[in-house]
Design a binder for this molecule. Structure first.
Ligand code: GLU
Length: 446
């Protein structure tokens, strides 16, 4: 494959959700693996619904996933290119003016449906004479513009779905430009893909029909048709489609919920693929697992509960060097020994703060048997302590008191940590240190 140029093209009309992350990542990882380029294209032709805040949010959410675009373009700044394409299409007779109002179209559609006909635009405007058009314009009507589709089957080899085709005879001629001169999605996308030299268009399978239409427009404009791949869509665990309204599945929501970007990325990419869903530590490693040709063709269920499990597994396997900056920012950098002691007990990174308090802060011990703890205290070895101290100490306590198993360990755990579950005490003991351990065994907050 020569170096691909790909793009991710969200509209800045909402925050990105996990389904958008799938599209963004499939594109980004393809470019990353093949030494290509990744373009962020903000589809902001809808000036009313697009906002700068959402555009900034998209950039921020992508950066959180580790995606930094090589180039960012905004469609609102590229209108001149679209206008030129419109002129060319008009000149070649592939774009024609239409004057129907939305209500007229709706009435016509209902009539067609009532007669059992497909609700396809009947091309009435194509038959208007110059005089009729002039009369409509004199009434104050402004035209919208439709692309004249060739009624033929369009075929392409889809990167995901293999040989694909759409019969354009069953489609309405798409409106490319509205009455007020603004553009709908279809044409700007084609013009930008050609202008930016996009080699691979990887997007959701909700765009399959658009692809047939867009291939016809590309051919009309004399451009090179890129490779197209339509990946399966994600649904919620109960099978609903994802939408921008489902805030908790937004990347921002997942990040605010304390999840690791690689846990989210691993699930977004691997669910509904030929690979088992598992936590993958880096985008480079994930790039090696992407195989568009082996994605499932059925919708893939995105299960938030699964995400939590992946997050935990990712943390359990995370080396100290990777965790260090996060530990520093959480004020819980206790070095490799601390990280190795506690990482196996984390579901979310923020949980580490609790164990840092146990090791370096103050906790109130839980005392169930003060006499037993006093005996244990008297048997505490002198420092220096290491990983073998716990065994040496508890062997001595066992010999002295006769307690064993849970009766031996639980009162010690509760006194030393204030909790009845947690990391191996053998690892925690030297980190807590003799002074705190002795105080806690006396029931003192320390
Ligand atoms: N703005 C379009 C969307 O979000 C882009 C589709 C495409 O990739 O061409 O659906």
């Amino acid at each position: 494959m020569s170096a691909p140029v790909v793009r991710f093209a969200p509209s800045p009309t909402g925050r990105l959700h996990i389904g958008n992350a799938r599209t963004a990542l499939l594109n980004f990882l393809l470019a990353r693996r093949e030494g290509g380029r990744f373009i962020l294209r903000l589809d902001d032709t809808d000036l009313v619904r697009s906002t700068q805040e959402f555009a900034d949010g998209i950039v921020e959410d992508l950066a959180w996933l580790g995606i930094v675009p090589d180039i960012t373009v905004r469609q609102s700044e590229r209108t001149a290119l679209y206008d030129t394409a419109v002129e060319r299409l008009i000149a070649m007779g592939r774009l024609y003016p239409c004057y129907e109002t939305a209500e007229e179209l709706e009435r016509r559609r209902k009539r067609q449906l009532a007669r059992g006909l497909p609700p396809v635009y009947d091309r009435a405007a194509l038959k208007l004479t110059a005089e009729e058009r002039a009369r409509l314009e004199a009434e104050g009507r402004r035209p919208h513009w439709r692309f004249l589709l060739e009624h033929r089957v369009v075929r392409w080899h889809d990167l995901v779905r293999g040989d694909s085709h759409v019969d354009c005879a069953s489609l309405s001629d798409p409106v490319l430009r509205r009455e007020d001169g603004t553009y709908l999605y279809t044409l700007p996308s084609v013009v930008d893909d050609l202008d930016l030299g996009i080699t691979h268009v990887v997007r959701g399978e909700d765009h399959v029909t658009n692809t047939a239409v867009q291939i016809q427009i590309i051919e009309a404009l004399g451009g090179a048709v890129p490779a197209f791949g339509h990946h399966n869509l994600l649904t919620t665990a109960s099978g609903e489609g994802l939408s921008k309204r489902l805030g908790h599945l937004s990347l921002k929501g997942l990040r605010d919920g304390g999840l690791e970007p690689m846990a989210v990325a691993s699930l977004a990419v691997l669910v509904g693929s030929a690979e088992a869903v598992r936590p993958v530590a880096s985008l480079d490693e994930l790039a090696g697992l992407v195989d568009l040709g082996r994605l499932s063709h059925a919708p893939a269920k995105f299960d938030e509960a699964e995400l939590e499990g992946l997050n935990a597994r990712l943390l359990h396997a995370m080396p100290y060097e990777t965790a260090k900056p996060r530990l520093v920012s959480l004020g819980a950098d206790g070095g490799p020994a601390f990280w190795d002691a506690v990482r196996g007990n984390l579901v979310r990174m923020a949980d580490v703060a609790m164990w840092w308090t146990v090791v370096a802060g103050e906790i109130t011990p839980v005392v169930t048997d003060a006499d037993f703890l006093a005996k244990a205290r008297a048997l505490l070895p002198e420092e220096p302590w290491d990983g073998s101290t716990w065994k040496r100490w508890t062997d001595a306590v066992k010999a002295e008191t006769g307690a064993k198993g849970r009766a031996l360990f639980m009162p010690l755990r509760q006194a030393l940590t204030g909790l009845d579950h947690g990391p191996e005490l053998a690892a925690l003991l030297p980190l807590i240190g003799r002074a705190k351990v002795a105080a806690r065994l006396e029931g003192r907050t320390a």
